[in-house]
Ligand binder design. Sequence first.
Ligand code: ADP
Ligand code: ZN
Length: 750
Amino acid sequence: MSESAPAPEPAAEPGTTFVQVALNLPLRREFTYRLPPGVTARPGNRVRVNFHGRALGGVVTSVAAVCDLPAAKVKPIEAVLDGDLTLPDALLRLAEVMAQTYGCSLGEALDALLPAVAKRRGQRRIPHLEVQAPPDLARQAVHELEDKHQEQSRVLRTVLEYGGPMPVLDVRRRTGTSDSPWQTLVKHGLLKRVLIAEQLEELVPAIEERAVRHELNAHQQRAVDTVAHSIAARTHRTFLLHGVTGSGKTEVYLRILELVREQGRSGIVLVPEISLTPQTVGRFASRFPDVAVLHSGLTSAERGRQWQRLLQGKAKVAVGARSALFAPVQDLGLIVVDEEHESSFKQDSTPRYHAREMAIERGRLEQAVVVLGSATPTLESIGKARRSVYELLTLPERAGAGRLPKIVVQDLRSEPKELRRQGVVLSRTLLVMMQERLAAKDQVLLFLNRRGYSPVLLCPGCGDAVKCDACSVSMTWHARRGRLVCHWCSHEKRRPEICPTCQHAGMHELGVGTERLEQAVKDRFPDAIVARMDADTMAERGAHERVLAAFRKRHIDVLIGTQMIAKGLDFPDVTLVGVVSADTGLFVPDYRAAERTFQLLHQVAGRAGRGEKAGTVVIQTFCPDNYAVEAAARNDYDAFVQQELVFRKLAGYPPFARLLRVLAESRHEAEAQQLLQQAVTPLRGMAGVDVLGPAPAVIARVKEHWRWHMLVKCYQPASFAAAMAAIGTVEDLATRTCRITLDVDPGSLM
Ligand code: ADP
Ligand code: ZN
C-alpha cells in the first residue's frame, strides 16, 4: 500500500465485488479487499491476503458490491482457501459473541473456530525427525550437549524417548525450541529429517467394549424426561446435571442424545481432555454410528476430513475436547459439557474463552439444549442453578452395583517424627491397606498431583532452594533423568554437589513427587507390578492407551499418577484409592484453592468401588480440619458449597463478582509496573468495581520477563462492561517490549 497514490482516483471496475476480511491479528477491525474477476467468496470462507507485505489467513465476514475506499487502494485477495469449506453463519455469530465477551478481535476468535484444515488437496508429506545415530551414541550425546547446548540436548532426548519418527512441529512444541537446534543435530548426523505422508487416522480410538444400554433408574429417568420436554419443544435451555461419581450421568447424556438423533438433529459432546477420557469417548462411539471424534492428535488433513463429514451431515455427533464446541454440525439440538468444572475448558491463550460459557451461547444462537454435568459443579454453575438460570437435575446415588466408597482421613501429624521430617510418602494406615488389597489381588490407585522426584532441592546449611535462572520458582528434582527441571520454562540444569550460596555439601530433597512415590511403593512391595502415569512417563506415542489397557487387563497392580488418573476411569477391581497428599493445592494463592482441592479429592475418591466390591479411599493430609478436606471426606458437596459461598461473598469473588485480570510482562520490571499503573487510572473510583493491585504476580518472573498484574472485580454486568471499555484493548495497551494479557474469568491467577 504505497503512500503516494496517483492523484486521479480511478473508479472501481463495474461488477467488482468487495469483501470484508477479519484477520488473525489483535486489531479490532476488518479490512477491505476485492475479489479478482472470476473468483467468488461467501461470508465464512477462509482467504489468503497480502497485509503490509505479509501473507495472512483471514475469514470473509461480508460481501458487498460497493466500497467507500478509493478503488486503487483496495487489493485483491490472493486465494480462497479450503475449497468449499464455509463457516456456517451460526458460528460466525458465535465468533462475534466470543470477541465481545473476551475482548479479542473477531479474527482471533474466528481463528480459534476454524481448524487449520488441509489447505492443499491430496496427501501432504510432513517433516518428521528420527534418531540417525546408534541409540547408545545418541544417549551419550544427550549428556554431552547438556551444559553448552541445552536445547539441542532436550530435542535429542525428546525424539529418543518418542521412539520413532516424530513430527517436527511436535518436537518444537514439546521442547519449546525453534528450528535451529534440530537443524544443528541433523547437520551433525545425530538426527535425520524424513518426510512422511500424512496419515488419515483411524476415526475412533479402539473401542474395547460395547456400551450396554442400561435400564434407567428412577433418578436417571426423571432427568431424561425433564430434558426431553425442551428437546421436543426445540428451544434452548441449560440444565445442570449434578450426579455423584458413578451415578450414571453418561447414560443420561446418551439417552438425551438418542432423542435428539431421533429428531434428525445433531449433538456435540465436550469432554475435558480426550486422551484422559477414552472410556467416555468409547461409549459414545459405540452407541452412535455417526460420531466424529475430534482430538488434538489429529493431523490437519484428518481434522479437515472430519469437518467435511460434519458439514455435509455425514457425521451427526461430534465428541471432543474444548474446541469440538465449534464442530460445524448441521441442525444442532444438544451440547453436553461433561465434567463442567474442569479447568481445561478454559483456553489459556488468545482467545481465552471458556467452552462451557460459549456452549451456552451457541445453544442460545441455535436453539439447542445444553446439559452441563458434574459430580462437583463449580460455584458459578450451582449458583445459577439455584437462581433458576439453569434447571437443576440430580442423581444422588450410584447407579448399578457400585456404592460410594468409605473414606478414611489419615492425619499425617500423627505419623512418627522421623517419618514426618522426611516427608511422609505412605502412612502406616495406607501401607497396611495396600498390603491387604494386594494380597486379595485387587487393584490400587495412588494419586499425587506433583511430578518429578521432589519439588524442591534445599540446602540444609542456609535454607536456600535451587531456583530457575530465568523464573522465580524452585526447580524440581527429576531423579531418573538426573536433572533439575523448571516446570515453568522447561529449563534444566545439573544438580549442584555443594550449595551455590553457602558451599555447604549435600543438598536435601524436600517433598514428594510421583517419581519418589513410585520408588517408595516398589521398595515396600517388590512383588507388585507398579506403573506411573504422568507427563514424564507418557511422552511416548500411545503410552497412555497402553497403560490403561494393561491396567484393565489387570497386568498392573498399583497405578500411580497425577491428575491424569483422577477422572473418567471406571475400573471395577480398584478397591483402594490413596490420596498421597491432599494438601498440594490447598495453599496455592488462588481464591479457588479450596474448591479445586474439594473437586479433585471428590473425583479421585470416585474412582474406588465402582464394581461389586466395596471401595476404600485413604486421604493423607496435614490439614484434616480444613473444610474442603472435611467435606470431601464426608462426600458432602452441599456443606462445602455452603461454607465456600460465605467466604466468596465476604471476599467479593465469583460467583458474586466477575473477574478480569490484566497481566503485563516485560524484561524491565519498571515498564510492566508503569504500564499497569496507567491502565488502572480510569478504573479508580468506578462504581461497582474493585481493583486489586497492580502488584507483582505470584510467579514474579518467567523466562526472564517480570510479571505484574491486576485483578478487577466487577459486581454487576454493567460495571463489567464499563471496566472492559475503560481498560481498552490489548492493542491499545501493549508496547513492543511489554506484553499484555487480558483475561476475562481467568483460570489462573499465578
Ligand atoms: P458417571 O458418569 O456419573 O460417573 P457412569 O455413567 O460412568 O457414571 O456410570 C457408572 C457405572 O454405572 C457404569 O459402569 C455404567 O455402565 C453403570 N450404569 C449406569 N446407569 C446404570 C443403570 N441404570 N443400571 C445399571 N448400571 C448403570
Ligand atoms: Zn524457568
